[in-house]
Design a protein around this ligand. Structure first.
Ligand code: ZN
Length: 698
């Protein structure tokens, strides 16, 4: 499960129905033979030190993939690629490779030179003559390009100081008000006015450098220089060139670099006229209140209002800093590494229905030794990811094994997928839906298992119940079946449990005993409607596939090295997998495919939580190059009324160029409900313009 995307979910508690009466249909169901021991074996292996945390692109992830492929082969599943040697199982058959950037490094051409301007640069009040010394800055020592910086060369270009470099209309804060940065380099401090390291502060996503870069580009800057936060440059997070998940969304469109505080200080002291102390400059960022509200409203065409802004204290630095200029050349080399989903296919037994597909998925990648996504206090330790998501993969394998054993009873084709790249942004599932093993149009449902190993007090969360009209009925049915069929396999005998008052022992039709669970043995379900959420099912829901997402919730070991195999509740997981198997059988038993339904989009709608406006677009977050592609457009939404359609690529929105999801989100943050904006899309190679009026987000 992905950390950054946790959203407050609108929780719909399933009304605790009365204790299930014995029903004939449920009674006939076979009791599950999902094995606690096998679940444990899979988790112990996948979460072992040997696999080194299974970070996408690493040897540990490849070993995990091979393990899963071997299991698929052993159960008699076929891969999605045709075997080259018939009869002999090839591991590659099961692997679906996808492009993945695992690392970035400095190219040979990186250079940055401080080039003071001695002509005064238009400064009328020059009180001193700046020292005409240019200064070569060393990459890695004095400055560093960011991983998603554009590669570009800029000749000597003057800077404009922009405080924190944040434009946030919804917060009535605009660091660009009253300053002109067109054709210049924006110079900003890292962080936000409300303090450091506060991702949940009021500035939230605006602290994200990708948004600062989007703001700089939007205001016409040719580059963005961020002043490091740490006094010692090597201690600064930004000074370590490393990949983050945003890299899959393309580069920033302009060079974005961080410079050391010393270098910034030297530039200031050498060229500011009159002299400006570094401390004054920094204080101006922190102390300046949000600029005048009058300057905040971008017109429908965008941007122009900034010019009318009142002078802000930071604008007072415009003239003194006019002599400061830099020449910059950025060259980032992006390195690819192997990454693959593991796909196993169990062909259906019904001549007609086997053309339809039920996808069951669980991601096998995790965080390796920390880094992006980790919540560990120290770096370098193995993040075992037993719950996240060795537990889901173990469940996937048990579903594969038990369905394969009983394959005559399965009418539709099951496609079982262990995804990779989930922690980096649903990369594997997003790739799969664009390159499915069997047609997506024939895929009737997707079931996702992510973090199902920490069940407490029989609690299980199920997401996506609003994505098909049948889900609630089948979920209740499966829960009823559990109460009839679950024996205390693996822990104590039914007799022992009965003694403790938990079961009533009844005799089944075949003479065997069936332990009938008491109320407490039903799962205590928390159901959520939305089909979007922080895991792979979101990729399928975005393609209008009914989805269900199972998880047992977050916990204190989440995304830490302590998420280990010994902390997994295997009996609980067995119960969950039996429950899931029952739901899959209900899908399969129905002659008609599940009826797709547009779920209520609540706070969990995609990744757009927190915005004031609603467009009804469903962007493809993984596939961005020159613009933002839409996976879908919600019916009757503002976007639909405007004329937008699925597969449109948004290239301009509300007066802003859109190259990637960050630009898009940035534009969205600036929009107001009820105001008409221009939106430009590329559809089938043609550039089209529409008028879009966002609604207020409720
Ligand atoms: Zn995770």
């Amino acid at each position: 499960m992905r950390h950054k995307l946790f959203q407050p979910l609108l929780v719909v508690m399933l009304a605790a129905s009365a204790f299930a009466q014995q029903s004939g249909a449920a009674g006939q169901r076979k009791s599950s033979d999902v094995s606690v021991e096998r679940l444990r074996e899979h988790v112990v292996y996948l979460a072992s030190d040997k696999l080194d945390g299974r970070r996408t692109g690493t040897a540990g992830a490849t070993e995990a993939a091979e393990y899963i492929a071997k299991e698929f082969a052993r159960y008699g599943l076929r891969g999605s690629l045709s075997a080259s040697a018939r009869g002999k199982v090839q591991m590659n058959e099961y692997m679906q490779s996808f492009p993945y950037i695992s690392g970035v490094e400095l190219g040979k051409g990186n250079a940055m030179t401080f080039t003071p301007r001695t002509d005064g640069g238009g400064t009328a009040t020059a009180a001193r003559t700046p020292a005409a010394v240019s200064l070569d800055l060393r990459a890695g020592e004095d400055w560093m390009p960011l991983a998603w910086s554009a590669n570009a060369r800029l000749e000597s270009t003057p800077v404009t100081y922009v405080g924190y470099g944040i434009t946030a209309a919804e917060l009535k804060h605009d660091d660009y008000a009253g300053v002109d940065v067109k054709g210049r380099i924006a110079l900003a401090f890292a962080g936000t006015p409300d303090g450091d390291n506060n991702p949940h502060g009021s500035f939230g996503r605006f602290a994200d450098l990708r948004f600062k870069a989007a703001a700089a580009r939007d205001h016409g800057a040719r580059a963005l220089i961020i002043i490091a936060r740490e006094e010692n440059f090597k201690d600064d997070r930004l000074a370590r060139l490393r990949v983050d998940e945003s890299i899959a969304s393309g580069d920033a469109g302009i060079p974005v670099v961080v410079i050391s505080r010393q270098a910034a200080r030297r530039a200031l002291e050498a060229a500011a006229t009159p002299l400006v102390r570094f401390e004054e400059l920094e204080k101006a960022s922190a102390a300046t209140p949000p600029s005048s509200p009058g300057a905040q409203t971008p017109g429908a065409g965008g941007g122009a209002a900034h010019e009318a802004a009142a002078t802000t204290p930071r604008a007072n630095f415009s003239a003194p800093l006019n002599n400061i200029a830099f020449a910059v050349n950025t060259e980032i080399v992006r390195r690819e590494a192997p990454a693959a989903n593991v796909v196993g296919i169990l062909e259906g037994s019904d001549p007609k229905l086997k053309g339809e597909v039920i996808v069951i998925g669980a991601h096998y990648d995790h965080l390796g030794r920390g880094g992006q996504g980790s919540l560990a206090s120290r770096e370098g330790e193995i993040h075992h990811g037993a719950d996240d998501n060795a537990s889901g993969v173990a469940g996937l394998l048990e579903l594969a094994r038990t369905f394969a054993k009983d394959r005559k009873s399965v009418r539709r084709t099951l496609v079982l997928i262990a995804f990779s790249g989930e922690e980096e942004g649903l990369l594997g599932s997003s790739y799969y839906v664009r390159n499915p093993a069997l047609p997506l149009a024939q895929t009737v449902a997707m079931i996702n298992l992510d973090m199902i190993g920490r069940m407490k007090e029989n609690k299980l969360m199920v997401g996506g119940v609003g994505t098909s009209t049948e889900w609630k009925k089948w979920i209740e049915h499966a829960n009823d079946s559990l109460s009839l069929n679950v024996t205390a396999r693996g822990t104590t005998s039914p007799e022992e449990e009965m003694e403790r008052g938990k079961y009533t022992l009844v005799t089944g039709a075949n003479g065997g005993s069936i332990a009938t669970a008491g109320r407490g043995e039903r799962l205590a379900l928390t159901l959520t409607e939305d089909g979007f959420g922080p895991s792979d099912h979101a990729s399928f829901y975005a393609k209008q596939t009914p989805v269900l997402f199972f998880w047992t919730g977050t916990h204190e070991d989440y995304h830490k090295p302590t998420d280990t195999a010994d902390r997994i509740n295997y009996e609980g997981e067995q119960k969950i997998i039996s429950f899931v198997a029952d739901i899959v059988r209900s899908v399969d038993a129905s002659d008609a495919r599940p009826t797709y339904m547009l779920a209520k989009s609540d706070a969990a709608a995609g990744r757009s939580g927190g915005f004031r406006v609603y467009l009804g677009t469903i962007p493809n977050y993984a596939e961005t190059s020159d613009g933002l592609k839409l996976d879908a457009v919600r019916e009757d939404s503002p976007a639909a009324k405007a004329g937008l359609k699925a597969n449109d690529v948004i290239v301009r929105l509300a007066g802003r160029d859109v190259r990637n999801v960050y630009d898009y989100t940035y534009a969205l943050g600036e929009m107001k409900a009820g105001v008409e904006y221009d939106v430009e899309v590329v559809r089938a190679g043609e550039r089209l313009k529409f008028k879009l009026t966002p609604a207020a987000r409720k």
